[in-house]
Write a protein that binds this ligand. Structure first.
Ligand code: SF4
Length: 170
């Protein structure tokens, strides 16, 4: 898997719907810094066909590596509603790519009947309980990332994967 688990359809075995997982947890080097955040349990689930790895940021058109980004002015729900933006550390507005990727992944998950997602917390896309607060200072704020918000709005449960420093930009 070299595209973020990200781009290609598939990973949707017959039988029960898979669990959506952050591609970086499945060993895909798709984080902003070009690295993965591999969790062997997630890799095992993907290899068994029970989990579907996706990276919303790569699917939204962002590269690997990419500048770290944070949500400014709210959380993922606010971004989806146009009340907050996603901005890189060097000041570029990447909101459109984040929303495009999040909606694409959430639409696919809904079509496949996915009921649950295990995501990398703190990421501006995949964060479930907290995200960086938009100051690029390392400070956290309660809230969901853009993908997590899009999934929740489709009735999909989200939960944080193994804890770890998912520095801004995921
Ligand atoms: S945490 Fe970031 S790098 Fe990992 S899957 Fe989510 S968007 Fe992609």
């Amino acid at each position: 898997m070299t595209d973020g688990g990200a781009g290609r359809p598939g990973g949707s075995p017959a039988g029960p719907a898979p669990v959506l997982v952050s591609a970086c947890l499945a060993g895909v080097a798709c984080r902003y810094d070009g690295r993965a955040k591999t969790d062997p349990r997630v890799v095992e689930e993907v290899e068994a066909g029970r989990a579907l790895p996706r990276c919303a940021e790569v699917l939204g058109g962002l590269g690997i590596p990419r500048p770290p980004a944070e949500i400014v002015g709210g959380d993922g729900f606010d971004v989806l509603d146009g009340r907050a933006r996603v901005v890189t550390a060097d000041g570029r507005d990447v909101t459109e790519a984040f929303v495009r990727g999040a909606r694409g992944v959430a639409d696919e998950a809904a079509q496949l009947g996915v009921a649950r997602a295990v995501l990398q917390d703190r990421s501006p896309s995949c964060g479930c309980t907290s995200v960086y607060d938009g100051t690029h200072s390392g400070a956290l704020a309660d809230g969901a990332g853009v993908l997590a918000a899009a999934l929740i709005r489709r009735g999909i449960d989200v939960e944080a994967g193994p804890d770890g420093p998912a520095r801004a930009g995921s």
